[in-house]
Ligand binder design. Structure first.
Ligand code: MN
Length: 204
């Protein structure tokens, strides 16, 4: 995990994509770091899980999205750091561009580093990422409670697992990915954003 935005900028042509170029953004709630989960219909549907760490959004692509059931381990593939302003982005990435498809803000809020709270001399988020063992408490609109991100494998084979921790917010019967599919930012479905924003782009 790199903590810089060079990969992000190199993959994108900002003359073509409406994605944010500027760093921008910032902690929305009394300095607590932000998290966002973006639903992204590109060649495949996935959920981009992002945590604000040291001024960028550390990111993973989670094909099935988060589960509230601690028995479910969800694959999380690391992707490039994104600028903080990306947490507000929903729209259509044009055909031929990196990540072409539609993005909505599926959930967002703030988080806490649980390892700092639970362990003596617990690691910072950067240290926890380097160790491959992150535990955070999420305060979103759909997703709340403790989650672990555990690294398995290294280098090109690096894979992480996103797992709900066993706490009062764990609930195997709740499946917000299925029951609450739309944007928390605009209330729109991914199809509505595709149709509305896609039409706006054609006019330009
Ligand atoms: Mn994505």
């Amino acid at each position: 995990m790199t903590h810089d935005l060079n990969d992000y900028a190199e993959k994108r042509d900002f003359a073509q994509t409406p994605e944010p170029q500027e760093k921008g953004g910032g902690a929305p709630d009394g300095g607590k770091p932000a998290f966002v989960i973006q639903k992204h219909q590109s060649s495949t549907l996935h959920y981009d899980f992002r945590l604000e760490v040291r001024g960028v959004l550390t990111s993973w692509a989670v094909p099935k999205g988060p589960s509230m059931d601690p028995r479910q381990k969800r694959l999380a593939v690391p992707t490039e750091d994104h600028p903080l302003a990306y947490a507000e982005f929903e729209g259509v990435i044009p055909d031929g561009e990196y990540g072409a498809g539609t993005v909505i803000v599926w959930d967002r809020g703030t988080y806490r580093n649980l390892r700092v709270e639970k362990e003596q001399d617990g690691p910072s988020m950067e240290e926890a990422l380097a160790e491959g063992k992150v535990e955070v408490w999420l305060e979103g609109e759909k997703v709340r409670g403790g989650f672990a991100l555990i690294q398995t494998g290294n280098g090109e084979d690096a894979r992480w697992l996103l797992i709900k921790l066993r706490d009062g917010e764990a609930d195997a019967r709740r499946n917000p990915v299925a029951t609450e599919p739309d944007s928390v930012l605009s209330g729109r479905s991914i199809e509505e954003v595709r149709d509305e924003e896609g039409r706006a782009q054609e006019k330009n």
